[in-house]
Write a protein that binds this ligand. Structure first.
Ligand code: 3HC
Length: 330
């Protein structure tokens, strides 16, 4: 993924490895902290490529459960921002975990942060990585470029996983020579709170690989479910058409956005209504998923695009992250 990660704002040589000692202040070059796993299947060292909402969340929960994590993104500025959001989220988690124990709370955050190492080069520390989780842009060509490079550099024992929301895992894995050690690990937003992980296997995924991914998800304190490599796996195959139906309801003028959301929260017990949830996930993400499925399955009406959503995305009203989507946010 040369274009995405190598040409960074950092002036440090690409082989150097950065560790934050105090968020953004002292990015010091250090040598490797990592020791190879002694047991064949044990996952100790994790690399997360992409430090957006999902990548940062995955890095956070892995580090909080005693894994050494290398979090990779294009620039140190992006990584520093992600570290800040991880620290903020950890603070909230620690408050609940260590009620009436401020020392324990502080220690948990410090210890977890110390296990997250940042790098702008995807192959940094790759030789020691037991599990590599990709959480970059949903573009097949970009993912292929990244995995081609990583496949050459990684140790033969390293398992590769993608956190894609809707792209076929088999197609992502197809350019690697380790389809037997490839699977999907699909997390949910917000990662620190959502208990589910979908573990996706392709026909070539060995039982050993699948078991390691399943076990790793459990170690994170999550509940894994087994999925086949079908569009949207389990959750998004149900959730995205549901969100799209709620948008079509709005388009037809059947009900207001607020009433649709209130109805589903109070009538079905969902924590968020579908339009609130679309804003939370991001309208660009939702549009990307539905457009991809519509292109592949044009005869499935549930996958039809929506004019309102296309218009909001065109005007950069992507939901919470840009301050406006179906609703306005402060
Ligand atoms: N990290 C740590 N703690 C967090 C947090 C975060 N990122 N976000 C919220 N919290 C904490 C809050 O501090 C609060 O703590 P408190 O109880 O001590 O006050 C607690 O969680 C509850 O938060 P809020 O009061 O702000 O709001 P809610 O009670 O509504 O909970 C929610 C927030 C968990 C996001 C809940 O609304 C929810 O479950 N929503 C549905 C989310 C969902 O469906 N996600 C899946 C999206 S689909 C997806 O991700 C797949 C992808 O491929 C598209």
């Amino acid at each position: 993924m040369a274009s995405l990660f190598r040409c960074t704002a950092s002036k440090l040589p690409s082989t150097q490895f950065l560790r934050h000692s105090s968020l953004g202040k002292n990015l010091a070059v250090v040598s490797s902290f990592f020791s190879s796993s002694s047991s064949h299947n044990a996952i100790r060292n994790v690399t997360v490529i992409g430090s957006g909402l999902m990548g940062a969340g995955i890095a956070q929960v892995a580090a909080a459960t005693n894994h050494q994590v290398t979090m990779v993104d294009q620039t140190n500025a992006i990584l520093t921002k992600s570290l800040r959001s991880i620290e903020k989220s950890l603070g909230k988690v620690a408050k609940k975990k260590f009620k009436d124990d401020p020392e324990g709370e502080k220690q948990f955050v410090t210890d977890t942060m110390s296990r997250i190492h940042i790098a702008t080069e995807p192959t940094t520390n790759i030789a020691e990585t037991d599990l590599l989780i990709e959480a970059i842009v949903e573009n097949m060509r970009t993912k292929h470029k990244l995995f081609t490079e990583l496949d050459k550099a990684a140790s033969s024992h390293t398992i590769f996983a993608s956190n894609t929301s809707s792209l076929p895992i088999g197609e992502i894995a197809s350019i690697t020579k380790r389809k037997d050690r490839f699977g999907g690990l699909h997390f949910f937003n917000p990662v620190p709170l959502m208990k589910l992980v979908e573990v996706i296997r392709i026909p070539e995924t060995t039982d050993e690989t699948f078991d390691a991914l399943f076990q790793f998800s459990k170690e994170l304190g999550k509940v894994p479910v087994s999925c086949k490599d079908t569009p949207g796996f389990i959750v998004n195959r149900l959730l995205v058409p549901y969100i799209m139906e709620s948008i079509r309801m709005l388009e037809r003028g059947d009900a207001s956005a607020k009433d649709i959301d209130t109805a589903m929260k109070l009538g079905a017990g969902y924590p968020m209504g579908p339009l609130e949830l679309a804003d939370y996930v991001g309208l660009d993400t939702t549009k990307f998923i539905i457009d991809g499925w519509h292109e592949k399955y044009p005869d499935v009406p549930l996958f039809n695009p929506s004019e309102i959503m296309n218009d909001l995305v065109a005007r950069n009203k992507l939901g919470r992250k840009t301050g406006e989507g179906f609703y306005k946010y402060d």
